[in-house]
Design a protein around this ligand. Structure first.
Ligand code: PNW
Length: 500
């Protein structure tokens, strides 16, 4: 155990180097992506699987959230059936093939494998489902990228306090270890958590499960446990599985780009502070040289806590042991990105809250194209700036973009989605060719329309349409598949321009 932190950092550094060598040995330029660049598509268990109570699956926090408070979901819906991928996974693999992806990023439903969350009961039907899906993917040469936790905590563990309970780190470690044992011979890309910042929202407001309202306290506490849980899973892989299975492990972090609203030093500082609170919160402990939370975040939350008359900071502290243990626990930088904001300094949010701690007011430019999601504006150049920020902040790690996508209302002629992806991909190429960023892969959110959390089925992100009133949940190709499949196949952007 003692030597683990060094091993983690060393192994990560080695992977960083080798991963990029594989990709960079082929020149890009001229609208081309590196020869070994990986294109993919993504989903998450609760958003697509359905089969919420079938074949021994336990309840998770999203089952309970949607069933007890349908009024908290825009159309009062749930993921009970969703795309019914539990029965339709073979169809999904066909869609992926049609899109010409090399990678499918999906998540495993913890409660489908461990209905009680712990190892007291292992659900073999759940294991069979994922074994079948993985086998179907590999048969057609699509690499599985598995997310262990995409927001659907077993309710039995939420009943123990969920991510506010530090013991959750050990429950997660046991679950992760079981997944490596069961699937690690076939799965070489692992993501421990999807967007931990969003997981923490579940402890701030009723916008997400479990809907515990503890702003500025619950979110920081949950984050602290999640970072420990992630690091434990990473070290288990290092100690027990890596030498045989030879896979890669990371954590998917999501970030907007926060552009200073003017060139004033105050606005530039607001942007930097915003980025540290948004991405640095999880990235600094893992990817920075020094580890731990960003110093700026530490200083601000400590000061605010003192001003609020608290004895302890609302931002928990890591001991030296934990700082080292968490540092270096990623073999590549997994990044989700959708949109950008203009920022300036100012007070926003209640006291206490992370929003208020951040001290940043964010705005959108009215000229930016909209999507069906209020929060999602189309700002391709922000993607390049974010990639550049990651490069300079974290010593140029290999970056796998694990999600990027656009919402509409389900149009088959989805020209706005085509515009979005082509322009975001063009910025990604500039980041590689002009800025020297090591981007190694890109995954579209999502292969098909699905349950969009608190927005229900009112916002659609799929490149395939799903008919949710058809019991068979039939899938239909949208126009974006024509364009993206060409780009993914040719690994080149300009030729695909002819298709719009
Ligand atoms: C992601 N933002 O969440 C999730 O990983 C998916 O499950 C979800 O369906 C998808 O995006 C679309 O919403 C995000 O504010 C939530 O920039 C918020 C943001 C980005 C991603």
């Amino acid at each position: 155990m003692k030597s683990a932190p060094c091993t983690g950092t060393f192994v990560a550094a080695l992977y960083f180097a080798t991963l990029w060598n594989v990709v960079s040995s082929y020149s890009s330029g001229n609208g081309s992506f590196p020869y070994n660049f990986l294109f993919g598509a993504a989903t998450a268990s609760y958003q697509v699987e359905g089969g919420w109570n079938l074949s021994g699956k336990g309840e998770n926090i999203w089952d309970v959230f949607t069933h007890t408070h349908p009024e908290w979901i825009a159309d009062h819906s749930s993921g009970d059936i969703a795309c019914d991928s539990y029965h339709n996974y073979k169809k999904d693999v066909k869609l992926l093939k049609k899109l010409q992806v090399q990678v499918y990023r999906f998540s495993i439903s913890w409660a489908r494998i461990l209905p009680n969350g712990d190892l007291s009961l292992i659900n073999h039907s759940g294991i069979t489902y994922y074994k079948n899906l993985i086998a179907a993917l590999r048969e057609v040469h699509i690499e599985p990228m598995v997310t262990m936790y995409h927001w659907d905590l077993p309710q039995a563990l939420e009943d123990k306090g969920g991510w506010l309970n530090t013991q959750m780190a050990d429950y997660f470690k046991n679950y992760a270890s079981l997944l490596f044992t069961l699937f690690g011979d076939q799965v070489k890309w692992w993501i421990t958590f999807n967007e931990p910042t969003e997981v923490c929202t579940g402890y701030v407001s009723r916008d997400a499960a479990p809907g515990v309202v503890l702003p500025g306290v619950g979110d920081y506490k949950a984050a602290h446990t999640i970072l420990q849980a992630h690091a434990k899973a990473y070290h288990v892989y290092d100690q027990k599985f890596r030498s045989k299975q030879k896979g890669r492990v990371s954590i998917t972090l999501s970030s907007r780009w926060l552009e200073p609203i003017s060139e004033s030093s105050e606005d530039i500082e607001a942007s930097e502070r915003g980025m540290q609170f948004e991405l640095g919160w999880f990235a600094h402990p893992i990817y920075s040289k020094s580890g731990d939370y960003p110093p700026l975040m530490r200083k601000i939350v400590d000061e605010h806590s003192r001003a609020e008359g608290l004895k302890y900071s609302r931002l928990p502290s890591f001991s030296g042991y934990w700082i080292k243990y968490i540092r270096g626990t990623a073999d590549f930088f997994a990044l989700n990105h959708y949109t950008t904001r203009l920022v300036t300094s100012g007070e926003e949010g209640e006291i206490p809250s992370k929003e208020h701690d951040t001290g940043v007011i964010s705005k959108v430019d009215p000229s930016w194209p909209s999507s069906a999601s209020k929060w999602l504006k189309v700002v391709p150049w922000g993607f390049r700036k974010l990639l550049k920020w990651v490069k300079s902040e974290y010593r140029n790690p290999p970056v796998f973009v694990t999600e990027n996508g656009f919402s509409d209302h389900g149009e088959l002629e989805d020209n706005d989605r085509i515009y979005y992806h082509k322009n975001y991909l063009a910025e990604l190429l500039k980041a590689i060719n002009e800025d020297g960023c090591k981007v190694i892969g890109y995954t579209v959110w999502s292969i098909m329309d699905n349950f969009e959390w608190e927005r229900g089925y009112t916002e659609k992100f799929g490149v395939f349409h799903v008919n949710f009133s058809d019991p068979a949940r039939s899938r239909q190709q949208k126009k974006s598949v024509e364009v993206l499949s060409k780009i993914f196949h040719l690994k080149k952007l300009d030729e695909a321009d002819n298709f719009v």
